[in-house]
Ligand binder design. Structure first.
Ligand code: URA
Length: 211
């Protein structure tokens, strides 16, 4: 099963930066910078349908009706902790976005995601909500985070992830077929430890240097 709303951004700049990030020799400071740059480029795709309305402005030469962003500011929600590596890139291109955070851990007995933190902007209805998590692996935590966003009223949700595994895409297609996914790559598979292959390792460790 593929996800009806999956977009793979195959732009050469994205693919080049992703290859640098996958390389095991790339140090944390470069990894962080590249992730921020790629997240900015993925946001460009995620924000493609934002509404515009003409506003009267004056250029140095004449008056004109210029299309500008209309409607409520988007919301970006970081799925902790690795989502924070994508957050600043989104805010670089949508500086007026409101910011939320969702923290989930995996219960070792049930293997189900458990919420330990959730702080969202008060009004989620009628806004584009961009959830960010670099790795869509099993999809369990992303799907749980998206359920929290829906419970808070969000209905226009886009998940930005750097890498996706087929298993994660299928999980999202099953549980949230209405949610768009924007990624730089659909990788081959998950290994027995739940890592994306070929992947780039543990995204949080590589961002924060906790390897
Ligand atoms: N989370 C990661 O950080 N890396 C993977 O490969 C899978 C999940």
């Amino acid at each position: 099963m593929t996800h009806p709303n999956l977009t793979i951004v195959d732009h050469p700049l994205v693919q080049h930066k992703l290859a640098l990030m996958r390389d095991v020799r790339t140090p944390s400071q470069d990894f962080r910078r590249l992730l921020r740059e790629i997240s900015l480029l993925l946001t460009y795709e995620a924000a493609r349908d934002l509404p515009l309305a003409d506003q009267r402005i004056t250029t140095p030469l004449t008056d004109m009706d210029a299309p500008m962003l209309a409607g409520a500011d988007p919301v970006v929600v970081s799925i902790l902790r690795a989502g924070n590596g994508l957050l600043d890139g989104v805010l670089d291109v949508i500086p007026t976005a409101k910011v939320g955070f969702v923290g989930l851990y995996r219960d070792e007995a049930t293997l189900k995601p458990v919420q330990y933190y959730c702080k969202l902007p008060p009004e989620m209805r009628g806004r584009l909500v961009i959830a960010v998590d670099p790795m869509l692996a099993t999809g369990n935590s992303s799907a749980a985070a998206v359920s929290l966003l829906k419970e808070a009223g969000a209905s226009d949700i886009c998940l930005i992830c750097l890498l996706a595994a087929p298993e994660g895409v299928e999980c999202m297609a099953r549980e949230h077929p209405d949610v768009r996914i924007v990624t730089a790559s659909l990788d081959s598979h998950l290994n027995e430890k739940g890592y994306i292959v070929p992947g780039l390792g543990d995204a949080g460790d590589r961002i924060f240097g906790t390897v």
